[in-house]
Design a protein around this ligand. Structure first.
Ligand SMILES: [Zn+2]
Length: 439
């Protein structure tokens, strides 16, 4: 199989590829997923080759748009200005029905030739970055490296989608199915996937999107088909408070919270599939010589397996209850008892799109044409939402390995060396367009 793939691969990139494929389809179609024929045909199609050539010609504009978008700050819940600019760019790229939805996502439609007979594919990149208002987002250039907060994650994804749409138009690419292109809000931490959650549970496209690809990652060998689920809580412990000397012996929210943290730290959890817990923030109290009347902690629980996430969630809540009970039994409740309020501040559902599902079989087949084998990954991405709803969804990267790094840091960078960028475009475009052909 590998040698067949290599044959196709080298054939495609040599001048004689067309004749070779046309003359020997049976020999060049490797065994395995039936959809290999589709991938081979797609990548060899003159219009697909034309789209790759169009990206090559359009490259300076791709870079200019990447810089322009990066320099429009887009902190969580502050994506508005970037969303407006992106909406204009989607329009300019030639999509139909370009609009901003009530959550702040911007989207537009690429019409396929079957008039909706093929399931609707949505392809998204996220508008938001992790960086707060006021962060210097000026792009610096060092050789082929562009450096700025958010330039990779996920601004390169946004710029890639624009370049893809333009390349498809320029080369008159025809897809079987319609494609909804999206710049969505709220992927990062506090956003809690609000953009894509709205899209799949409330907005006008709810129930219409049948397949979903998020372009968000920095290694095209990896395909994120499992959504890492998480639950995030703020737990506030309250009590009567009092003077550290004269009220000594009264219950304290600090002891209750300390007990809860210590017990949480003792929990043993499965390593595979992995489960994790974290106490990320602790706060409370008013002064060194006061028993606090309030303390709080923020907790992050994660698991690949939905049942495991539920199990650690139950254990965590039990621990909080026990710690409160213990504190109320240990010290005086004469002036009041300890209570705990558990508030959900984040929820990302988990789940997996099976590697043997038609969509991922197609992805594996398309990667095969490029001599690659997908490495299935588990991460928290916008795909978590559709995956948890049973809609085939996954995330692919915006560039190949080592062409971008340090995401979520101030020295985040992407490499825009053109030869590799064109190759990365070709692979990502082939992955997306092959899914748009699937009945
Ligand atoms: Zn991202």
């Amino acid at each position: 199989m590998a040698s067949h793939r290599r044959l196709i691969h080298s054939a495609i990139f040599s001048l004689g590829w067309f004749a070779l494929i046309a003359n020997a389809p049976a020999q060049t179609a490797p065994p395995g997923p039936a959809s290999n024929a589709l991938a081979t045909r797609l990548v060899a199609d003159p219009r697909f080759r034309g789209a790759v050539a169009a990206f090559d010609r359009d490259f300076d504009r791709f870079v200019a748009e990447l810089i322009k978008l990066t320099e429009i700050p887009a902190p969580p819940f502050g994506e508005g200005p970037r969303a407006l600019a992106y909406m204009g760019m989607l329009q300019e790229a030639g999509l139909e029905n370009v609009e901003m939805d009530a959550e702040g996502n911007v989207l537009g439609l690429w019409r396929g030739k079957t008039g909706g007979a093929v399931p609707l594919l949505a392809v998204a990149a996220h508008l938001d970055t992790v960086f707060p208002e006021g962060t210097d987002v000026t792009v610096k250039r060092r050789g082929t490296r562009l450096i700025a907060p958010g330039i990779g994650d996920d601004t390169r994804g946004l710029a890639f989608l624009l370049a893809l749409i333009r390349a498809m138009r320029s080369a008159k690419v025809e897809t079987a199915g319609d494609i909804l292109f999206i710049g969505n809000v709220g992927e990062e931490g506090p956003g809690d996937l609000r953009g894509v959650r709205y899209l799949f549970t409330k907005g006008p496209w709810k129930d219409k999107i049948k397949r979903f690809i998020s372009v968000d990652g920095s290694n095209l060998d990896l395909v994120t088909n499992s959504g890492l689920g998480s639950l995030r809580y703020k737990v506030t412990f309250r009590g009567p408070g009092g003077h550290s000397w004269s009220a000594f012996g009264n219950v304290s929210p600090a002891f209750a919270m300390g007990e809860a943290i210590a017990r949480l730290g003792q929990l043993s959890v499965p390593k595979k599939p992995k489960v994790s817990y974290n106490v990320g923030l602790v706060s409370g109290g008013t002064s060194v010589n006061s028993i606090p009347f309030e303390t709080a902690m923020e907790i992050d629980l994660r698991a690949v397996d939905p049942a495991a996430l539920k199990a650690i969630d139950v254990k965590f809540k039990t621990i909080v209850g026990e710690a409160v009970k213990l504190e109320n039994a240990t010290r005086s409740t004469e002036n009041g008892k300890i209570t705990a309020e558990i508030k959900l501040i984040g929820e990302r559902p988990s789940g997996t799109t099976a590697p043997d599902s038609p969509v991922l079989r197609q992805i594996a087949a398309t990667m095969g044409v490029f001599d690659k084998v997908p490495v299935w990954e588990t991460k928290s991405t916008d795909a978590n939402i559709p995956i948890s709803l049973g809609i085939p969804a996954f995330a692919i990267a915006r560039n190949s390995a080592n062409k971008g790094d340090r995401s979520h840091s101030l020295d985040e960078w992407v490499d825009i060396e053109k030869t590799q960028a064109v190759k990365d475009f070709e692979l990502a475009a082939a992955l997306i367009l092959s899914v748009a052909e699937l009945p």
